[in-house]
Design a protein. Structure first.
Length: 239
């Protein structure tokens, strides 16, 4: 298990002085990046060997959001590899052990020269460990959407949405979905966020958010102008 400690910064807070959902997801992906660096297979190695880790799916459960200046510990571990997918858990907790967030995720390795997923070479198996999976429902690779939907205003991808891979960062899709809920008058306080990533949105691409009613919450399809999804984000509330 890899862990780093921090404290909630003012720049990471929403208007209620608690960690924003965008800040939360950024902590999770930062943790996995820091682990890569600690193992010597970080960004420089990825550029040198033309590969990148891409997310296929998220499942994030939020017990509470820490307040500004709260000390936190962020942890991650890879508990399984099957075919082309690696499974990784995350937690965010207070340094006193208070649980805030737990998450499960599915990742694949992408060859940036060949433009396709690849099998895991031996150096990447350094992530795999015997820490067991968190007690969470299975993380699904497909999120079903059907029925009528409300359209939120379309948006254009700008440089602030991009990461080092040159496409929209995974956390930004979640923020787009949350913004779409607010813009259509359907804002929720999330308990569980699940995401299915389908295709890469690039600089100047148009994203058209479509908001569906779903059991226990809302589902947002972030679509291309042709209707195919970049990502599908489901926001569920606590029962």
């Amino acid at each position: 298990m890899y862990t780093f400690e921090s404290r909630v910064r003012y720049s990471e807070c929403a208007s209620d002085a608690r960690l924003s959902l965008l800040g939360l997801v950024n902590y999770l992906q930062d943790c996995s990046c820091f682990q890569s660096e600690s193992l010597g297979i970080g960004l420089d190695d990825m550029r040198r060997n033309h590969y990148a880790w891409f997310l296929s799916a998220w499942q994030i459960e939020i017990e509470d959001l820490p307040r500004f200046n709260t000390p936190i510990a962020v942890s991650t571990w890879c508990y399984g590899v099957k075919r082309l997918l690696a499974s990784r858990n995350f937690t965010i907790s207070g340094q006193d052990g208070t649980p805030y967030v737990r998450a499960d995720s599915l990742w694949f390795l992408f060859d940036t020269k060949l433009g396709r997923p690849i099998k895991f070479p031996e150096p990447q198996m350094a992530y795999l460990e015997d820490t067991p999976r968190l007690d969470m429902p299975p993380t699904r690779r497909k999120i079903d959407v059907e029925g009528d939907f409300a359209c939120a205003p379309a948006l254009t991808v700008t440089r602030q949405h991009l990461d080092t891979n040159g496409h929209v960062n995974n956390a930004q899709y979640i923020q787009m979905a949350l913004d779409a809920l607010e813009q259509t008058g359907q804002a929720l306080v999330p308990w569980r966020i699940t995401v299915q990533y389908e295709s890469m949105a690039l600089l100047h691409d148009t994203v058209e958010p479509q908001v569906f009613r779903s059991e226990g919450g809302r589902t947002v399809r972030l679509a291309r102008p042709d209707g195919e999804p970049y990502a599908i984000v489901r926001i569920e509330v606590r029962d």
